[in-house]
Structure formats: structure tokens, C-alpha cells
Design a protein around this ligand. Structure first.
Ligand code: HEM
Length: 407
């Protein structure tokens, strides 16, 4: 394994330990200086290249010479055993033209206009959750009471899936996202349970049709033959997990970050019309939990913008979090600054063909969540010392286990 910059030394184990408050690992900044595209050892034992500059990460996500098809003997894996890349029906594992065909079926449900149409419902739900919160006595865990219930209820409504099953969705997604706490068998078992659940759901809906996205997807299979049964079921599972997991974590981490930057919190409260959107973009730049971005394999020899060479068949991991802290792109990247605005071209939602399908919806959810919460609770504060907050370990994501707050 070599790169043009010739990174020497031992291959470090990935994932690297996060900084305080789940911040990006020091190693991203260290490597950017001398080894912007260098080898790392994944939990599976596979060695891959890690991209750390904004331009490289962007390129790896967008360049059609990288494939997401990792279903061949000896293909690199984040984890040993069966894992996300093994599923041939998942949108995120497909290359064009299959990817384009499948994405077309769902993308009209997630346009900026459709996301805006959801805003009143998101607002009503946020208000209801905050009413319930206000009627309890602090301290309360904001992750459980607000940050997760908001996106999970919205994706359930959008799909037409029973929101009362959301504790199970959270449990399954915890297992899928774990890099070390769950065994391969546990991941397999959770996958089988979730698959049985969605198969049942689809069968029931075929019996009693409705007018939700789930019905549109069923129709795309049954009446139009545009997606297979496997793709249909996988799409439903994928949307349930992707539709709540990251958004919930970003809301929780975003609230914590604002509580740690009280001057900026006060400014957003004073002038939400001017500052809220910029604050949410800055939260997205800094608070995506985990590295964000999946393994990709080069289908031919190529050179990335940093000068790093990638050989045909070599895998690259391009974390959007590394890109979002590149000082070449974001001056003083470690500074949380809600006024970056137009310069804030973060890659929180990825880039290129796999650009996050739910980005518009997630933006509206986070804007409503943050605005409603800070307006409703002017005395909002952490209920524990910041250094006693617990963060997830052994997971693809690094986020808050709980966010105890008072008001
Ligand atoms: C703050 C919240 C979110 C963040 C930071 C986020 C981030 C991302 C990123 C980085 C990717 C690209 C991964 C890659 O190419 O390697 C992605 C893809 C995806 N996201 Fe999101 N996401 C969020 C919310 C959502 C929501 C609410 C939904 C669904 C309603 C969603 C559905 C998807 C889907 C289906 C894909 C795969 C797209 C494809 O392969 O074409 N995401 N997301």
C-alpha cells in the first residue's frame, strides 16, 4: 500500500478516539498535514485509505470511478461478518444505473417543497412534545423526550408506519450501528427481526391500502414493476433507520453545543429570523455523529486532489466529518460560529449521487426542533456537569447516550 505522499509509520486503528464532546479525532487534523490520504486498519482487520481533506472527501463521494458495490469475495468491510454493504437491495450500496432507477422512485417525496409541506406537522409535533416536557419535573433526558421522538414520529407518518413501534426501531438501529458492542450474530438477529417486521407491515398494507409513501412504494412494485420485492422491503427499513437516527443525534448534540456557547444561543433566541438557519448549518457542520460516509472502492487507478494515489481495487473511507473540519475550507474550523453562512459549504449530507435523500426534511426538523425548544424554555440548561455526560462507544456513531436538562 502506498500513497504519493508516502505516509510512513504503523497503520492506525480506525475509528480514532473522538475529542471532547464527540469532536472530530485529533488524528484527522494530524494526518491532513503530512498524510492526507493514508492507511488505517478497520475493526474487521481490513486496511483501507483514509481521506482527510475537504477536496479529497468531496471527490471520493462524487467520482463515478468509485463504486459502492462491495459484494465480491474479499471486499473490504468496516466490520467482520455480515454488514450493511452485503445488502444488494439497499440504495446506498448501488451504483448507477440501478441506483438512479431506485432513487427516482423515492426522491419526489423528499424535495425542498415536500419538506416545507411537512413543516406545520413538525411544528405541531414539536409543540406537543414540549408541552409534555413542560408538564414534567426536571431533570429530563432530552434525547428520549424530544430529540428522537420528533424525527421518528415524522418518518413514521411520512411512510405510514405505526409510530408506537419506534422503541423497536431504535433498538434495531443501535445494534446495526454498533462496531463492537453487538456481535455479528446479534446484528444478524436484529436484521432478521426487522425484516420480518417490515414484511408483515407490507403484507398488511397490501390488504388495507392507504395513501402514504409506503403505499406509493408498494404500488411502484405491484402496479408498475419499478422495484423488486427485496428493494421495496429494504427501502422501508432504510428509511425508518436513516430517517430518524442521525437527525435525533444531531438535534441532541446541537442543543448541547448551543448550551456550551451561550452568547450564540442568546443571539439565535433574539433574532431567529436572521440567525436560526445559519445556526443549524453550523450544527450540521460540527455535530454529525460519527464519521459519516461509507467505504468506496476505486474501479481504476486515480489520483485525488491532495495528490494521494489510489490503485484500482483499493478502498477509501472518506468521512464527512474530516472534510467539515478542514481549515482550508473552514477558517478556524474548531470554532463554533453560527455566522459562517454562505461560506458554510459543509458536507454533512455527503455529496454526489448518494447525497442524503432526507437532507431537506432533516433541515426542517432540526430548525423547528432547535427554535421551538429555545423559545419555549428560556432557562434551558444542562442538569449535569458537561464532563459527566456519557457518549456512545463501540458504535459507528459517537453521540450522547443521554442529555439531562433542566429549565
Ligand atoms: C442530520 C440528519 C442527517 C444526516 C447528517 C445525514 C447524512 C447522510 C450522509 C452523509 C449520507 C451519504 C452517505 C454516503 O454517501 O456515504 C446520507 C445518505 C442517505 N440518507 Fe441521510 N442524513 C440525515 C438524515 C436523513 C433523513 C431524515 C433521511 C430520510 C428521510 C435520510 C435518508 C438517507 C438515505 C436514504 C441515504 C442514501 C442515499 C443514496 O444512497 O442515494 N437521511 N445521509
Amino acid at each position: 500500500m502506498s500513497t504519493e505522499r508516502g505516509c510512513s509509520g504503523d497503520t492506525a486503528d480506525f475509528p480514532f478516539p473522538p475529542r471532547e464532546f464527540g469532536g472530530p479525532p485529533e488524528a484527522y487534523a494530524d494526518r491532513r498535514g503530512g498524510c492526507p490520504l493514508g492507511p488505517v486498519m478497520l475493526p474487521s482487520g481490513d486496511e483501507v485509505l483514509l481521506a482527510t481533506t475537504y477536496e479529497d472527501v468531496r471527490e471520493v463521494h462524487a467520482d463515478a470511478r468509485f463504486t459502492r458495490n462491495l459484494r465480491y469475495p474479499g471486499a473490504p468491510r468496516m466490520l467482520a461478518g455480515r454488514d450493511i454493504p452485503d445488502d444488494p437491495h439497499a440504495l446506498v450500496n448501488m451504483d448507477p444505473p440501478e441506483h438512479t432507477r431506485l432513487r427516482r422512485i423515492v426522491q419526489s417525496a423528499f424535495t425542498p417543497r415536500r419538506a416545507e409541506e411537512w413543516r406545520p406537522q413538525i411544528q405541531t409535533l414539536a409543540d406537543d412534545l414540549l408541552d409534555a416536557l413542560a408538564s414534567t419535573s426536571p431533570p429530563v433526558d432530552l434525547m428520549d423526550a424530544f430529540a428522537f421522538p420528533l424525527p421518528i414520529n415524522i418518518i413514521c407518518r411520512l411512510l405510514g408506519v405505526p409510530a408506537q413501534d419506534s422503541p423497536r426501531f431504535r433498538m434495531w438501529s443501535d445494534v446495526f450501528l454498533s462496531t463492537s458492542t453487538a456481535t455479528a450474530e446479534e446484528r444478524l438477529k436484529a436484521g432478521a427481526e426487522f425484516a420480518a417486521y417490515t414484511d408483515r407491515l407490507i403484507a398488511e398494507r397490501r390488504e388495507k391500502p392507504g395513501s402514504d409513501l409506503l403505499d406509493e412504494l408498494i404500488n411502484a412494485h405491484d402496479a408498475e414493476d419499478r422495484l423488486s420485492e427485496g428493494e421495496l422491503a429494504r427501502m422501508v427499513r432504510g428509511l425508518i433507520i436513516a430517517g430518524h437516527e442521525t437527525t435525533g443525534h444531531v438535534i441532541g448534540r446541537g442543543v448541547l453545543t448551543l448550551l456550551r456557547h451561550r452568547d450564540q444561543l442568546a443571539a439565535v433566541r433574539r433574532e431567529p429570523d436572521v440567525l436560526l438557519r445559519g445556526a443549524v448549518e453550523e450544527i450540521l457542520r460540527t455535530e454529525v455523529p460519527g464519521h459519516g460516509g461509507l467505504l468506496r472502492v476505486a474501479t481504476e487507478d486515480l489520483t485525488l486532489p491532495s495528490g494521494g494515489a489510489v490503485s484500482k481495487g483499493q478502498a477509501v473511507l472518506a468521512p464527512v466529518v474530516a472534510a467539515n473540519y478542514d481549515p482550508q475550507q473552514f477558517p478556524n474550523p474548531d470554532e463554533f460560529d453560527i455566522r459562517r453562512n454562505a461560506e458554510n459549504r459543509h458536507l454533512a449530507f455527503g455529496h454526489g449521487p448518494h447525497y442524503c435523500l432526507g437532507a431537506n426534511l432533516a433541515r426542517v426538523e432540526i430548525q423547528v426542533a432547535i427554535h421551538s425548544l429555545i423559545e419555549r424554555f428560556p432557562g434551558l440548561a444542562l442538569a449535569v456537569p458537561p464532563d459527566s455526560l456519557r457518549w456512545t462507544t463501540g458504535s459507528r456513531i459517537c453521540s450522547l447516550v443521554a442529555l439531562p436538562v433542566t429549565w
